[in-house]
Design a protein around this ligand. Structure first.
Ligand SMILES: *Cc1c(COP(=O)(O)O)cnc(C)c1O
Length: 433
């Protein structure tokens, strides 16, 4: 029987995360304090984030960072995740390419987000924090943080983008099962929310508005820290468990990827799968191509500008050097809520600028077509976000079919779509164009 899944046992869960900043030929430019225009320090960041995450954020020297044993133990609930050869998809496409996916949808909350939520909640607990707050788009990050907070005995308050709160009611219920307080954003519970609603009474919310509200709550509440599920360097650092495992699993499969693909919201699952492989490009041993797949309606990598911008709508975060559509950009209400963010993480932005990776964008319809092809051949209904990675993998595989090249393609299946069936209903009804 041909081998379908490449598995690693629990004791193979990585001991360290990979900090790509240490190896980058050109380091990311510093984040700036918006008032003083001086580079932010660990001290500045730790007003908002927990101290250890603030350190990791600015760490440009340590290539490997220890994963705390308590976090590895929680990872063991679902890691190592499977690496799967997508024979069904290959056959349906008639491609000579070999397609593999790293299945992060098997985590208890259904996406890769838990990899960082557990780490952040653990550090907060260690540092004596009692409450955590955050924003969430589709609800994946909010669900992950709510669960991780419960695991480590913290209270969680989550601002969910209003459109997602309404379109994806079960994510709210999941967060509430884990004991979190969930508020649709923009809300009247913060000054930032009130300002936004006064200017635009029917505001549907965006990650930017929800970030502003969560940041304000963290600033106003003693013992409360803010957490983020994407964009920041420390988040992507935690996600490198994906690529580090995948690297070992590709070895078990006797292959090395020519192309590595991730969908792109703020860059954490993309960086998570890509960076461990990219280190071999830096050293000249390999020449892998890295592709970030984003929605055509929120194309910060393909159409944005590289400049200093705020991470949130109200301008509370430091200024970040990144590819951005502008912090006041209003993305349309696509179903891939996790990809509706105006900017890209600073590491990925620098790597794209320096030509170490590529970006492509897709219309929503093509991503659902790809998602359905994948579901019908591999039996997993992918998250609308993940459908972008699948669309990119299919495009590459079809190009291999044209040219007869037998490339090895690896993509990250960042999550499943079982709580996103309303989106699939709309696609099947022909309402997505
Ligand atoms: C949040 C999310 C994304 C996008 O975030 P990144 O930080 O870019 O990875 C992608 N897929 C799923 C399933 C998500 O929940």
């Amino acid at each position: 029987m041909r081998q379908k899944k490449f598995m690693l046992s629990e004791d193979m869960i990585p001991q360290k995360w990979y900090n790509i900043q240490a190896d980058m030929p050109v380091k990311p430019m510093p984040m700036l304090d918006p008032q003083t225009k001086k580079p932010v320090t660990v001290e500045d960041l730790s007003g908002l984030f927990c101290r250890e995450c603030s350190r990791q954020e600015l760490n440009q020297t340590d290539r490997w960072i220890d994963i705390p044993e308590e976090v590895r133990q929680r990872y063991a609930n679902y890691r190592c995740t499977p690496l799967v050869r997508a024979y069904g998809l290959e056959e349906a496409l008639g491609t000579p390419a070999h397609i593999y996916f790293k299945n992060e949808s098997v985590s208890p909350i259904g996406s890769h987000k838990l990899n960082s939520a557990l780490a952040q909640a653990y550090y907060c607990k260690q540092e004596g924090v009692t409450n955590v707050t955050t924003e969430t788009g589709a609800g994946q990050w909010g669900a992950a943080l709510s669960y991780a907070a419960k695991v480590f005995g913290l209270e969680a308050a989550v601002y969910q983008v209003k459109i997602s709160y309404e379109q994806k009611p079960y994510r709210k219920s999941i967060m509430q099962v884990f004991g979190a307080l969930v508020t649709p954003s923009p809300s009247m519970s913060t000054r930032a929310g009130k300002d936004i609603l006064t200017r635009t009474p029917n505001h549907q919310g965006s990650l930017g508005t929800a970030i502003s509200e969560a940041v304000e709550l963290a600033r106003m509440t003693p013992g409360c820290k803010y957490t983020l599920g994407s964009v920041m360097n420390h988040v992507t650092l935690h996600q490198t468990v994906i690529g580090l495992e995948a690297e070992k699993q590709m070895e078990l499969a006797g292959e090395y990827p020519d192309i590595v693909i991730g969908c792109f919201g703020g860059g954490s699952n993309f960086g998570g799968i890509a960076f461990p492989f990219m280190r071999h490009n830096f050293s000249g041993e390999r020449n892998t191509r890295f592709i970030a797949a984003e929605p055509a309606s929120c194309p910060k990598l393909t159409k944005g500008r590289f400049e200093y911008d705020f991470g949130d709508e109200a301008g509370y975060t430091p200024l970040l050097p990144m590819f951005t559509l502008g912090h006041d950009f209003q993305p349309s209400n696509i179903h891939a809520g996790g990809l509706r963010y105006h900017g890209a993480g600073t590491i990925v932005s620098q790597l794209l600028k320096d030509g170490y990776m590529d970006a492509v964008d897709f219309e929503q319809k093509e991503t659902f077509e790809a998602g359905c092809t994948f579901a019908r051949t591999e039996g997993i209904i992918p998250a609308p976000e993940s459908c972008h990675a699948i669309a990119a993998a299919i495009r590459e595989a079809l190009e291999c079919k044209e040219t007869g090249q037998k490339k090895t393609i690896l993509f990250c299946l960042s999550g499943h779509g079982l709580i996103d069936m309303a989106a699939y209903d709309q696609y099947l009804a022909g309402n997505i164009h």
